[in-house]
Ligand binder design. Structure first.
Ligand SMILES: C[S@@+](CC[C@H](N)C(=O)[O-])C[C@H]1O[C@@H](n2cnc3c(N)ncnc32)[C@H](O)[C@@H]1O
Length: 234
């Protein structure tokens, strides 16, 4: 559906994550969730070099799960999220090297060129206006040299399609991207490097060989992995 990602929903977020703030990270403790987490972090880690105190803005930071990882990798992190309860959960973790604010990704409270990296992980599909969020992230990045990093659920993945079709929240409220739609969204700001990952079988024994299957899916450039990572260097 061309242009659907440009439509603004009512309000800054398509879904109120507040009621999920306490249970949000339970997923990462399940075997499948832990495997996705590992595979997604490897994929982002292949794009993002280790930091040495550079400033990283995470938009839609939620409970700070990724902010903690970015901080561990050597970045000074500012996380911003529209949900007060999610930000409270992030602050309660007292993550060294990370600070958290409540705010809308479409109207960031920062000046131009303040950050070295802007990251949005499973966030753009939930913001009301993904185009505005990306424009704002880019405005706050250094030019030249800033790095925009996006991780998002892939609409071409059978799992994600089932999630939407089942009406299960928060997926049913999301606006998922395909790799080419994400490329189009990022194209005004430079050439996007886009990788599809997350070829994860969900059944018991097979789950253990997910890293191998993921490597195969990436090598064959299959389009239907569950997660897309993208990077634009300004
Ligand atoms: C699926 S969660 C992802 C959280 C985190 N990035 C992670 O991967 O664990 C999406 C987050 O985006 C936030 N969000 C949605 N719209 C937003 C907006 N306009 N500005 C800032 N945050 C927003 C939600 O409140 C939610 O915390």
């Amino acid at each position: 559906m061309p242009g659907k990602h440009l439509a603004r929903q009512n309000g800054p977020s398509r879904f109120d994550f507040g009621p999920l703030a306490q249970s949000y990270e339970d997923w990462y403790r399940e075997p499948a969730g832990a495997m996705y987490d590992k595979i997604e972090k490897r994929a982002v880690g292949r794009l993002l070099p280790r930091g040495r105190g550079e400033k990283l803005l995470e938009i839609g930071c939620g409970t700070g799960h990724w902010s903690a990882w970015f901080a561990e990798r050597g970045y000074r992190v500012v996380g911003i999220d529209v949900s007060e309860a999610m930000v409270r959960a992030a602050r309660n973790k007292s993550i060294a090297g990370a600070a958290f604010l409540i705010g809308d990704a479409s109207a960031l409270p920062f000046g131009e060129g303040v950050f070295d990296v802007a990251a949005a992980i499973t966030a753009l599909e939930f913001v009301g206006d993904a185009g505005a969020a990306v424009r704002e992230a880019v405005r706050c990045l250094k030019r030249p040299g800033g790095r925009l990093l996006v991780g998002t659920l892939n609409v071409l993945s059978p799992l994600n399609r089932r999630r939407v079709e089942s009406g299960k929240q928060p997926y049913a409220s999301a606006n998922f991207f395909s790799p080419s739609e994400l490329g189009k969204l990022l194209s005004p700001f430079g050439r996007a490097k886009i990788k599809v990952v997350g070829f994860v079988p969900r059944r018991g024994a097979l789950l253990r060989i997910a890293p191998l299957l993921d490597a195969l899916g990436r090598t064959l450039r299959l389009p239907w992995g569950d997660f897309i990572v993208a990077e634009v260097l300004l």
